[in-house]
Design a protein around this ligand. Structure first.
Ligand code: GDP
Ligand code: GDP
Length: 464
């Protein structure tokens, strides 16, 4: 568990600056408390989700001989003996110096994994230095600014690449496999051409809800038509008390069977009361909920209440504008309904709204395509590296406002959960963060990582 990093490079490239950033002042102070038996030359460091130790070579530099040779020996001795990974740092502002190559030779001979870090990348003229950095022969330079904290997500990814995920994240191989799968899903979300890797063998749980008479029963019957049904006892239908199983394009679907429950309800003559409970049960059962609107009388108060409930329950949802066969001017009406959807349900921007006719069967394939797509987004995950690269750009373009004269600081973001996607934002004063700024971030996430139409949760966590 854990690994040790040594930051190596000639004087003045910015090693101490990066060291301090990785270690953080607080941790360094803790190490100074009497009674702490920790090795003083090694400090706990953190880079997003990576936890490691960084070796304080600066201390050695002063202790060693004043000559360059002496310093080099001291530094590389430590690196060879203790480090699992070396950050070899060059200064992209000044460009390469003969000393850089001398240090690089020693590092290369050590045979340890190396990340080549090109510091001061924010400064004017750093481009040239970046190109030169290739010449030390330690691979691709990672541009960073230790002073301004830029490029840290790339540094994090470079560490994972150099050490391998198991080593970098301190996981066993089984966990890594799981995680890689999830990361793949995340990567693919932003790439509409790629076929996402996610478990298609598991049945997808769907519910159909809506106001009375919107056409739910008709829609359910149209969806589970004979050809698509999985084998079962009566007329090929597999029906247990809650769900009916069927297949759509080879994919196993489980539909919450409100129709079946209603027939029972009628017998019991408690239709009204049961239908509300039904709706709730259906929503809790489902991963994706199809909300059926009667397109001839859409967006009644009850329609919006149902949608809102689904969003609050964190389910994925798709709107079906039913009875489309009764609409005379479909293009105009569709434009109007979509505009209303965006305006009235802003918390799920990009929500898919599909015109259908349960009676004629038109639009049902499109509806199911929307269901599958939304389900995929709802299950998606974005890697920490990509999230923080995005955050870096956002903070540079539009940082959070100052509150009571103090600037709010955002440290980093990570996706803590899926189904629906949930993110944790580490920031200086969560209580003071304006809701409008959080909304701005959520909208940006949605857009950048292509997550339309699903609820997105954002949790703020205090960090120093
Ligand atoms: P070390 O001798 O390698 O430990 O280098 P230091 O960390 O002491 O930094 C040397 C000088 O470079 C200091 O004046 C730092 O403020 C400056 N420096 C460090 N990082 C950066 C950076 O990212 N950009 C710029 N422009 N200057 C930096
Ligand atoms: P539920 O109460 O939501 O389950 O609604 P039903 O499925 O029982 O449908 C209510 C009424 O609307 C019935 O008379 C259906 O025939 C009718 N209906 C359902 N879907 C459509 C459709 O796509 N077009 C038309 N014209 N009528 C429909």
């Amino acid at each position: 568990m854990g690994f040790k990093v040594a930051i190596i490079g000639r004087p003045n490239v910015g090693k101490s600056t990066l060291f301090n950033r990785l270690v953080g002042k607080k941790l360094a102070l803790v190490d100074d408390t009497p009674g702490v038996t920790r090795d003083r030359r090694v400090h706990a460091a953190k880079l997003y989700d990576l936890h490691f130790d960084v070796i304080d070579t600066a201390g050695f530099e002063t202790a060693a001989a004043a000559t360059l040779q002496g310093r080099m020996r001291a530094q590389t001795e430590i690196a060879i003996r203790e480090a699992d990974l070396i950050f070899f740092m060059v200064d992209s502002k000044s460009g390469l110096m003969p000393d850089d190559k001398a240090f690089a030779d020693v590092v290369r001979r050590s045979g340890k994994p190396v990340v080549l870090v090109a510091n001061k990348a924010e400064s004017r003229g750093a481009q040239g230095g970046m190109l030169e950095a290739w010449e030390v022969g330690l691979g691709e330079p990672i541009p960073i600014s230790a002073e301004h904290g830029l490029g840290m997500p790339d540094l994090r990814d470079a560490v994972v690449e150099a050490l391998g995920e198991a080593r970098a994240l301190g996981k066993d191989d089984a966990e890594v496999e799981d995680d890689q799968l999830e990361v793949l899903v995340g990567e693919d979300i932003a790439d509409p051409d790629a076929e996402p890797e996610y478990d298609e063998t598991k049945p997808m749980r769907i519910a159909v809800v809506g106001r009375p008479n919107a056409g739910k029963s008709t829609l359910i019957n149209a969806l589970i038509d004979e050809e698509r049904l999985l084998t079962g006892p009566e007329a090929g239908i597999t029906r247990d008390s809650i769900s009916v199983d069927w297949q759509w394009r080879g994919r196993h679907m489980k539909l919450f069977d409100t129709a079946g429950m209603r027939r029972k309800a009628k017998v019991q003559e408690k239709l009204e009361k049961l239908s509300v409970a039904d709706g709730l049960r259906a929503i809790r059962f489902a991963e994706v909920v199809i909300v059926v609107f009667d397109a001839t009388i859409p967006f009644e108060k009850q329609d919006l209440q149902i949608a809102d409930l689904i969003i609050r329950e964190g389910r994925a949802l798709v709107l079906a504008f039913n009875k489309w066969d009764l609409i005379d001017n479909p293009q105009e009406v569709l434009a109007e309904l979509r505009e209303k959807t965006t305006r009235l349900l802003p918390q799920v921007r990009g929500l898919q709204a599909v015109p259908v006719s349960a009676e004629t069967g038109r639009g049902l394939d499109k509806l199911m395509e929307a269901v599958v797509k939304t389900h995929r987004v709802w299950n998606g995950r974005v890697s920490t590296g990509r999230l923080n690269r995005w955050l870096e750009t956002v903070l540079a373009q539009n940082p959070p406002p100052a509150v009571a004269g103090r600037r709010l600081k955002i440290r980093y973001i990570t996706q803590a959960k899926t189904r629906p996607p949930g993110f944790v934002l580490s920031c200086s004063r969560p209580d003071a963060m304006p809701q409008s700024y959080v909304r701005y971030l959520v909208n940006g996430l949605r857009e950048t990582f292509d997550m339309p139409g699903v609820p997105i949760r954002m949790m703020l966590r205090a960090s120093d």
